[in-house]
Design a protein around this ligand. Structure first.
Ligand code: PMP
Length: 320
């Protein structure tokens, strides 16, 4: 994450709104030593024409977060709806008029030595102004990592478990050192799992194909949005199946999806051009639809959006 955090940003921590610079944890915190936290990533997009900030699928993100916290037996007391309210309040207190990334984090908070967990949990919600995560305008060069994706029976990849991100950090670091923009993980069966920080789609013979969530991939919400947009708006067949490494070299189009990366085209993989090395028509179509849906330009997908400023105005009017 490249955004510089302003210590005066207002965050939600310990049940209160406070400046980021005052939100501190102790050096013995369990999660810091053992990776026993679960985080989430949510985007909000600013639409200049409507002067509105739209939070994208916050309810689904908070539901996923609470479910995944359950894997580590971390309890986040507020409901998903209440967490959406906290998020809206954060946006307003920070008066954001730009694209924003929201980072909820729940963790084992006991300050003691010893790996076994107890029921001391804490959570925070941080919101930061945030632009592009990967600069993908001209398409990315991705490389298959020599690191394998973690197995569900070791650390479940479907959840954003803090400790599991060592796997992604190793792969990202290797990719950058090898001159790639992003890493592609294979799982222990040798099939494509996902990117280090994103899901992956390939187009072949007019179909969109993505690994099933049982291939050790995160159950991405952007992945889900793309599947719906591609089927409904582009009339494409979307197939969830195992993808061989060599299929990446013979596919027609390739792109990553994720809250931070958005829809990021891949034009080279392992030093081989994807098709003719240009961004393909399906990728461009999906990118445009996703952009329009996320900024409130498509009536059908307003159901995905929580407007930050309009919802307050509406409520104030309701109160009059
Ligand atoms: N895979 C991994 C490993 C990720 O970290 C992310 C980012 N959350 C994704 C996929 C994409 O998930 P989502 O679309 O829900 O952001």
């Amino acid at each position: 994450m490249k955004a510089e955090a302003d210590p005066n940003l207002i965050v939600y921590f310990g049940g209160q709104y406070m400046p980021l610079g005052e939100a501190r944890v102790g050096i013995l915190t369990h999660a810091l030593h053992y990776g026993t936290g679960v985080f989430e990533g949510i985007r909000a997009h600013w639409d200049e024409a409507q002067q509105e900030l739209f939070v994208l699928r916050p309810l689904e993100h908070y539901e996923r977060w609470k479910q995944n916290c359950g894997i580590l037996r971390i309890v986040v007391p507020p409901s998903a709806e209440e967490l959406c309210e906290i998020t809206l309040e954060l946006m307003r207190r920070n008066a954001f008029r730009t694209d924003v990334y929201v980072r909820p984090l729940a963790y084992k908070s006991a300050e003691r030595v010893g790996v076994s967990t107890d029921d001391q949990d804490a959570f925070a919600v941080i919101a930061l102004p945030f632009g592009d995560y990967l600069h993908a305008d001209k398409g990315l060069h991705a490389g298959v990592s020599s690191w394998r994706r973690i197995e569900d029976n070791a650390i479940p990849a479907r959840a954003k478990i803090c400790g599991a991100y060592v796997n992604s950090a190793l792969a990202s670091d290797e990719a950058r050192h090898c001159g790639f923009d992003e890493a592609i993980f294979l799982n222990e069966s040798g099939h494509v799992a996902e990117g280090a920080t994103c899901n992956i789609f390939m187009a072949r013979k007019g179909k969109l194909i993505t690994p099933a969530v049982t291939e050790n991939a995160l159950e991405g919400i952007t992945r889900d949005s793309v599947m719906e947009l591609a089927q409904r708006e582009l009339g494409l067949q979307v197939v969830e199946r195992a993808i061989d490494r060599s299929e990446l070299y013979v596919c027609d189009e390739l792109f990553f999806t994720g809250t931070a990366v958005g829809i990021a085209p891949v034009v080279r993989v392992d030093h081989r051009p994807v098709k003719d090395g240009a961004i393909g028509a399906i990728t461009r179509g999906v990118q445009q639809l996703y952009f329009d849906a996320a900024r409130g330009h498509m009536q059908t997908y307003l159901k995905w959006l929580l407007p930050v400023y309009r919802s307050r105005n509406t409520r104030e009017q309701d109160a009059i």
